[in-house]
Design a protein around this ligand. Structure first.
Ligand code: FAD
Length: 434
């Protein structure tokens, strides 16, 4: 089962509407200043609490959501939504403080100290601080300075923040007065908690115990690019599809602390999985030096850029740089007869092309078109301009497009494809960043 992005958005919006109804049922109309502050504090608080739950659900790695929406899109929604949720939490706190100060006539500091005496409010304040720390560490300027592992460790504070805030939500006037609403709220939180534990803890442990993956070969494919071949047991049970990726944790002294996302660069077969990795930082440099026999914990599969997205007979695969990895797997496996598939592979120069022999063998065997678009990205000729694409791919507007490449190239390609007459709904792109 796959949940399409629109269905998920509609479901989440319907949930938010129900939360507003819950607020409306409880809200007592009044134009007194303290009552107005309190009413809107409750609304902000309820939506923020629902928002925290949604943020956790988006990151729970539920296969139906991951395979329907795509991990990169979920990460973008989570990052954007997180900002709104944090803003709502802070607004809720400020409005509640103003309501209390207006009702008691106290100054803001005295009101804040008075509020902390209410049930579960000290814990909720600590929870807000934890969530604020997560938000600050995720601000672009801060995140750039943090190691990925540090940022991830700080992100674990989200669970603490959500747990501390939960008691405050149940004690608050919107839920404390309605046993049915409190029960539903608790059930909703329990469901998301169970999904998180199941898909982020139990499933990965089960997969590790069952499949027992090991590195069997590390092969150089080109300058700074290696393929890592891994063998395991009963890998067909993973039901991995070409176009998808796993999070790989190599149990090597220098790599076990982090799980790195890499796409499958060949369709899974005979209990063998293969990834192709471009060296771009510390971890990928270590991947290049992996030795055979190293145990691997693979969590997944993730990603929605698979054959199910296809709506047309003709398909254009457009790859830039190491974005060729999922395209290579799709090029071999997407159903189609001669003339149905075209692969355009953008690279700075011929020396940077990888998996070239395989691509050419697939093109010949399948009667598929393969073109290399070579040259610097700032050169005088733009091979991704609408006219250039149209010259290479006859009937371009009739195609579905699968796209994976560096952010600049992907943006330029999407603009060109739309100008060439392909609607956004037929451009299936994946980014290699979360
Ligand atoms: C869905 C997906 C599929 C990918 N497939 C491939 C592929 O097939 N081949 C390939 O060469 N690259 C692929 N990448 C990119 C690859 O994961 C990164 O280049 C690699 O993790 C960078 O590691 P580094 O420490 O060497 O580089 P750094 O320079 O330290 O990091 C470069 C970027 O990678 C991010 N990053 C670092 N560690 C992680 C992590 N554990 N999880 C998520 N992001 C991290 C950093 O935040 C930074 O933005 C993919 C990325 C994603 C999101």
């Amino acid at each position: 089962m796959r949940t399409p992005p629109r269905a998920l958005r509609t479901g989440l919006a319907a949930g938010a509407a129900l939360v507003v109804v819950l607020w409306l049922v409880q809200a007592a109309p009044s134009f007194r200043l303290d009552a107005l502050f309190a009413t809107f504090a409750h609304l902000g608080g309820l939506i923020a609490a629902y928002g925290i739950l949604v943020m956790l659900l988006l990151m729970a790695r539920v296969p139906a959501i991951e395979h329907g929406v795509g991990a990169d899109r979920l990460a973008r929604w989570h990052a954007l939504g997180g900002r709104y949720v944090l803003t709502l939490i802070l607004s809720h706190a400020v409005l509640a403080l103003c309501a209390y100060a207006a009702a008691t006539g106290a100054d803001l500091l005295t009101a804040a100290l008075g509020l902390l005496g209410y049930p579960a409010l000290a814990a909720a304040t600590a929870g807000t601080a934890a969530l604020a720390a997560v938000g600050i560490s995720s601000a672009r300027a801060v995140r750039r300075r943090l190691r990925h592992e540090t940022w991830r460790a700080l992100h674990l504070l989200t669970y603490l923040g959500a747990a501390l805030a939960f008691g405050h939500q149940l004690a608050g006037p919107d839920l404390a007065g309605g046993p049915l609403a409190a029960w539903l709220w608790t059930m909703l939180h329990t469901t998301v908690g169970v999904l998180l534990i199941w898909y982020r803890v139990i499933v990965p442990v089960r997969q590790a115990l069952r499949h027992r993956l090991r590195v069997t070969e590390v092969r150089t494919e080109g300058p700074g690019v290696v393929s890592v071949v891994m063998q395991g047991i009963a890998l067909d049970a993973l039901r991995a599809e070409p176009g998808q990726f796993f999070r790989w944790r190599f149990l090597d002294r220098r790599l076990w602390r982090t799980a790195l996302p890499f796409s499958l660069s060949a369709p899974p077969r005979d209990d063998i999985l293969r990834i192709t990795v471009k060296v771009c930082g510390d971890h990928t440099r270590r991947v290049r030096r992996l030795r055979t026999g190293v145990r691997v914990l693979a969590t997944g599969p993730f990603g929605a850029m698979t054959a199910h997205r296809r709506t047309r007979r003709k398909v254009l695969l457009l790859a830039g740089g190491v974005g060729i990895t999922p395209m290579r797997a799709l090029f071999e496996t997407l159903p189609g007869g001669p003339g149905d598939l075209t692969l355009l592979y953008r690279a700075g120069s011929a020396a940077q092309l990888v998996l070239r022999d395989e691509l050419e063998a697939i093109a010949e065997a399948r009667g598929a078109a393969l073109h290399y678009l070579l040259g610097p990205s700032d050169g005088p000729f733009d091979p991704l301009a609408p006219r250039a694409l149209g010259n290479l791919v006859p009937d371009l507007p009739e195609h579905d497009v699968y796209l994976c490449g560096p952010p600049g190239m992907a943006r330029a390609a999407i603009t060109a494809l739309k100008r060439a007459g392909i609607p956004a709904s037929r451009i299936h792109a994946e980014r290699f960043t979360f």
